[in-house]
Ligand binder design. Structure first.
Ligand code: SIN
Length: 484
């Protein structure tokens, strides 16, 4: 047990929210945040409501004119200083995240690095917010400017407490937007620690608030406010749909990174060892609690038994345990109902004729731990429409390419998908025809700051990261010059 790391995490834990840089303490009626590994209460956050959210919005509105008109090179310098402080605090931030989220400490540190990649990338983007010039048929010249959208509401999930925040704040600050953040109540401390570092890096007061409390109340105020000009949300499709509806009366810009039910297809010509290794890498990030992880694996019938047997043998070796135990690769699930969902999905495979190859039950550690599980066969219907969000890999055999593509696309979701084959023609054919925003070919890892992240269909709209991420935070203004 790495107690020194755990202590470093606790040192960064602050039991307060932040309005315009000022701490609002949790007080007596705070919301408890627990360690998913033990259920132990780590601390409390304030249960803020309408009045405090309004104050944060007003602060973001007041700070916007100066920040949006500031020199973009200065914003880039601020982002680089923030990134430097995050690098300096990787251990503590990783530990804090591991405490509140439960993901293994090494993985949590990896997320801090991933998260910081967005800040570094968007520091560069701040320096190249380019416009265009164009002659018109009327003899005029048009100049285009890409200007900050306005104060933003950013609502972030518990599964990536740092990366989902910086993927939004990086481009928002680069563009010159101010922000009010509502982090998930299960994992608020990482967001608060990151915000404090942003202020240490020189962010002007008011440019960022972190509001904690009831999601529906705070989300309601943020979406209703005419002062908020943009909402970016990462979370479930039903909540995303509701928030988008709430944004309609004020016609906010909206980007939505929502649920997925990612297919992973393995063809008989694939390198099976690679496919197994990459399936595991993709699936077990955050114990299977990611929107992009493979939710259903389709394997060509001639190699299905071989792939599933190898996969089960490797999955059986995965060390499960609390975040600070040495060598642990899979931690607990975030809450009790997450365990119940995995059990339900597993029983649906079994009652439809699938068999368990490894795992298949709650872990001996008890609490929110579940055994990494592989099944073979049964009905894939449920997995096309619902993400398990846990450490279960259901494998389903298929016969033809058309069948695999049909099953992959027979879902309302279209976030990530994965394909394993050595046939380049097939890779391109399927790659082009799969209905998803992101496709990994012969890899299970598709997330990096330089790749456009986002989905199609009910997985949402808008792109985060990459050269496209900044577009979500700028409006294009044209100035027409009549020259003599
Ligand atoms: C998510 O699951 O919401 C994001 C995963 C990622 O950034 O890779």
């Amino acid at each position: 047990m790495n107690t020194a790391a755990r202590d470093a995490g606790l040192k960064l834990l602050r039991e307060h929210a932040l309005i315009a840089g000022a701490a609002i303490p949790a007080g007596a009626n705070g919301i408890a945040v627990d360690d998913p590994a033990t259920g132990e209460i780590l601390g409390h956050i304030p249960d803020l409501g309408v009045a405090e959210t309004d104050r944060a919005i007003q602060a973001a509105h007041d700070a916007f004119p100066a920040w949006s008109r500031s020199d973009p090179h200065k914003r880039a310098a601020f982002l680089r200083e923030w990134a430097r402080l995050i690098d300096e605090n990787t251990e503590g931030l990783g530990a804090l995240m591991a405490l509140e989220n439960g993901k293994p400490f090494e993985e949590a540190k990896g997320e801090v690095t991933y998260a910081n990649g967005f800040i570094k990338w968007f520091a560069g983007e701040a320096e190249r917010i380019l416009g265009e010039t164009q002659d018109t048929p009327l003899g005029h010249v048009i100049l285009t400017f890409r200007e900050a959208v306005g104060p933003c509401a950013l609502i972030t999930p518990w599964n990536f407490p740092a990366a989902m925040l910086t993927r939004k704040l990086g481009p928002a600050f680069a563009a010159g937007c101010t922000a009010v953040v509502k982090p998930a109540s299960q994992t608020p401390f990482t967001a608060i620690a990151l915000a404090e570092l942003a202020y240490r890096a020189g962010l002007p007061k008011g440019a960022l608030s972190v509001i904690t409390g009831d999601a529906a109340t705070i989300g309601g105020v943020l979406t209703a406010s005419p002062l908020i000009r943009k909402l970016s949300f990462t979370g479930s499709t039903p909540i995303g749909r509701k928030l988008a509806e709430q944004c309609a009366p004020t016609l906010k810009r909206v980007s939505m990174e929502l649920g997925g039910a990612a297919p992973l297809i393995v063809f008989e010509d694939a390198d099976l060892d690679l496919a197994v290794a990459e399936t595991i890498k993709g699936k077990f990030r955050n114990a299977g609690q990611t929107c992009v992880c493979p939710n259903r694996v389709y394997v060509q019938a001639s190699v299905a038994e071989a792939y599933a047997t190898k996969l089960a043998a490797e999955v059986a070796k995965i060390p499960v345990g609390p975040a600070f135990e040495d060598g642990v690769k899979v931690g607990p699930l975030i809450e009790d109902k997450a365990i119940a969902k995995v059990e339900d999905h597993l029983s649906r495979v079994q009652t439809s004729g699938g068999r368990v190859l490894t795992g298949g039950a709650r872990h001996a550690l008890g609490g929110r731990f579940f055994q990494p599980t592989v099944t073979l066969g049964g009905d894939d219907e449920l997995f096309r429409h619902e993400e398990t969000f846990g450490p279960l890999i259901p494998v389903f055999p298929f016969d033809t390419e058309e069948e695999a593509l049909g099953k992959a696309n027979d879902s309302e979701f279209g976030l990530a998908s994965y394909l394993f084959t050595r046939d380049l023609d097939r890779a391109m054919r399927i790659g082009r025809h799969i209905e998803a925003g992101m496709i990994g070919i012969n890899t299970g890892l598709i997330s990096t700051a330089v790749a456009p992240f986002g989905g199609v269909k009910q997985s949402g709209y808008g792109r985060e990261g990459s050269i496209h991420g900044i577009d979500e935070y700028v409006d294009i203004k044209q100035v027409t010059l009549a020259l003599k």
